[in-house]
Design a protein around this ligand. Structure first.
Ligand code: SOE
Length: 385
């Protein structure tokens, strides 16, 4: 029951995948009605995965009513309203296209496809079917990042000159780490599509284009530091095809200049996603390790007191925060997925699609493809639009 007395409609979820992202999405669907007044009540109907023991354990823990090994059966089931794809990247396109054809709403973990060709097929399928769709680029829904968006849209920064983003990790430095299989498919290029470009830079690019508009051209460099690793599935030592580190320069449509960097070889950094935007009048900085704070500098402040403000994002007038606790008490990573589920369900209730849609995420795939092409050709590459 909603606060206005209307009944919520049930929305039956078919979850494909049970890894890290299967957990974040399941948690979002489980929690959303506790905190947000949305028109739908997600029902964890079925979880689909190949390993029956693991799938049963996952279903028990999260309260899924059934387990299925074949995703096609979930997609075809008349009981299911929404297919949520939380499985590895090489499964996204086929499942999303089939789900759209079956008339299901489709949510998909990022990146949309392993490359833009897959992303295009997926986008075409959901648009042809006219089904609600969304990609889980969750960092847009960090309240501090949403506040940054509001400040930029209000024109407080003035003309934007610079955008700077980094996503630094250190979990693949060991040469002993195998590639492929559960948990390590991100190192297998056939499954992941690319390395940190599609996995980490894709987040930075999604946020950047949402905050600062389209990217017109890029020039990048990538490196694979560990050239071969044992494959978990074949047991053989095989060449590594992913990029371990990727960086690029970019020009935005609005004339601003940007630097982007992602790596899994920055010893000491676990998930340091940072962004900084410098405008004519003001600047903004944000850091995932301190996600409930936004740093803001406004040149229009009185000179004697001018300086960086460190805003603690916990007040009810901060984005999303009135739904949570009391001022001063902060929220974290998992809440970004709950916000995304809430926005998706509210939009569906109004007959709309919440961003980022598949088409929005396809634009990110165009940029990541351009970065990889530019790194291979050692040139500037125009981004497809
Ligand atoms: C990789 O380690 C990873 O889990 C990404 O796949 C996620 O998208 C990112 O949010 C955190 O890091």
């Amino acid at each position: 029951m909603r606060t206005d007395g209307t009944e919520m409609k049930k929305l039956n979820i078919g979850m494909i995948g049970y890894g890290f992202m299967g957990r974040t999405h399941s948690n979002a669907f489980s929690q959303v009605n506790h905190f947000f007044d949305v028109p739908y009540q997600p029902v964890l109907k079925v979880v689909c995965a190949r390993n029956a023991d693991r799938a049963n354990a996952f279903a028990g823990k999260w309260g899924y009513q059934a387990v299925e090994a074949d995703w096609r059966k979930v997609v075809e089931s008349p009981e299911i309203d929404l297919i949520d794809i939380a499985s590895p990247n090489d499964t996204h396109a086929e499942i999303a296209v089939a789900a759209a054809k079956a008339g299901k709403m489709v949510m998909c973990e990022k990146p949309l496809g392993r490359n833009a060709a897959e992303g295009e097929a997926m986008t075409k399928a959901v648009e042809a079917a006219g089904v609600p769709n969304m990609v889980w680029y969750n960092y847009r829904r960090v309240p501090a990042v949403m506040l940054a968006k509001q400040l930029i849209d209000e024109g407080r920064l003035g003309r934007i000159f610079h955008y700077r983003a980094k996503f630094l990790q250190d979990w693949t430095i060991s040469t002993e780490l195998p590639q492929g299989g559960e948990g390590l498919w991100r190192l297998d290029v056939a499954v992941a599509g690319s390395g940190v470009t599609g996995d980490l830079l894709a987040h930075c690019i999604d946020t950047a284009m949402w905050l600062n508009g389209g990217i017109s051209e890029v020039t990048g460099a990538t490196e694979t530091f560990i050239k071969q690793r044992q494959h978990s599935l074949t047991g053989k030592v095989e060449p590594v095809g992913i990029d371990d580190a990727s960086m690029f320069l970019a020009r935005f449509d609005n004339g601003s200049l940007a630097t982007f960097e992602a790596t899994r070889y920055a010893r000491g950094h676990k998930a340091l996603y940072t962004l900084e935007i410098n405008g004519e009048k003001a600047s903004i900085m944000w850091d995932l390790h301190d996600l409930h704070r936004l740093q803001y500098f406004d040149h229009r402040d009185e000179g004697r007191l001018r300086g960086w403000k460190n805003v603690h994002i916990t007040d009810p007038d901060h984005p999303y925060m009135k739904h949570w606790w009391v001022p001063g008490l902060q929220i974290g990573y998992e809440h970004t997925f709950i916000h995304q589920a809430a926005d998706f369900l509210s939009a569906v209730g109004e007959g709309k699609c919440a961003a980022p849609t598949f088409r929005d995420a396809l634009r990110t795939d165009y940029v990541t493809d351009a970065v990889l092409a530019s790194a291979a050709n050692r040139s500037w590459v125009k981004v497809q639009s």
